[in-house]
Design a binder for this molecule. Structure first.
Ligand code: SAM
Length: 216
């Protein structure tokens, strides 16, 4: 049964972090690696898309406790947990979809997203990535850590299965449901390049999970 995105994560909140860190291959390594890629200077401004409970931010604040972070998420319970965890940090939590919440332009030294964007099409992502580029200062960059489909065939199969489930359950319209539809790494990189980033590089990989840096 498909569940709405925010409801899916909020109803698993209690087990979320334990699952994420212990059930996903190399998670502790890629969270730490992602945090190390973020800016280290005093007062760095960072936008986190799909921040959840802020797992990546825990690692990041260890490196840069003075960072000012804006986190956007659809799951209110996850966001509340993040705010409690980082009550002593400069953090702004915004409840909503990053496809709809306007980003402040030319404002962030970096944007980051971990394990959140594997639900959307290449076309949806290209539009989002161009808005992220617009939110970054000159010289700013976007760090994306997520998992990717092994082939175009499996990418298409995920989308077909989602369409089949939506049809079966009579779901119409634009609301996001939780069902993984990762792109291939090639299609992800293409979406970032099409969005206007000047360079896109692969920084690390752990099985199907990769960290990509897209520079403005
Ligand atoms: C697997 S969790 C990752 C959370 C955190 N980044 C981490 O790695 O622990 C995915 C998060 O993305 C959020 N999410 C998915 N689609 C979203 C959207 N369109 N706008 C905002 N948040 C979204 C979910 O609500 C969920 O909290």
């Amino acid at each position: 049964m498909l569940e709405k995105m925010g409801d899916f994560f909020d109803s698993r909140l209690e087990m979320y972090e334990e699952h994420q860190l212990n059930e996903i291959e190399s998670a502790k390594e890629f969270y730490r690696f992602t945090a190390q890629c973020l800016p280290k200077h005093e007062g760095a401004m960072v936008l986190d898309l799909g921040c959840g409970t802020g797992l990546e931010l825990g690692y990041y604040f260890e490196i840069n406790p003075s960072a000012e972070v804006t986190g956007i998420d659809l799951a209110k319970g996850m966001l509340n947990e993040m705010k409690e965890k980082f009550a002593d940090k400069k953090i702004t939590a915004i409840w909503g979809s990053y496809f709809e919440i306007p980003f402040e332009v030319f404002s962030y030294d970096a944007a980051v997203s971990v394990e959140s964007l594997h639900h959307f099409t290449q076309e949806e992502k290209t539009g989002l990535y161009s808005r992220i580029a617009g939110a970054l200062v000159e010289g700013g960059y976007f760090i994306l850590t997520d998992y990717f489909a092994k082939s175009s065939g499996s990418e298409a199969a995920f989308r077909e299965e989602l369409a089949r489930l939506k049809k079966e359950q009579g779901i119409k319209g634009e609301v996001f449901y939780h069902f993984d539809t990762p792109l291939t790494l090639e299609h992800e990189i293409q979406a970032l390049a099409d969005a206007g980033f000047s360079s896109v590089e692969l920084l690390g990989s752990w099985g199907d999970t990769c960290t990509i840096k897209a520079s403005k």
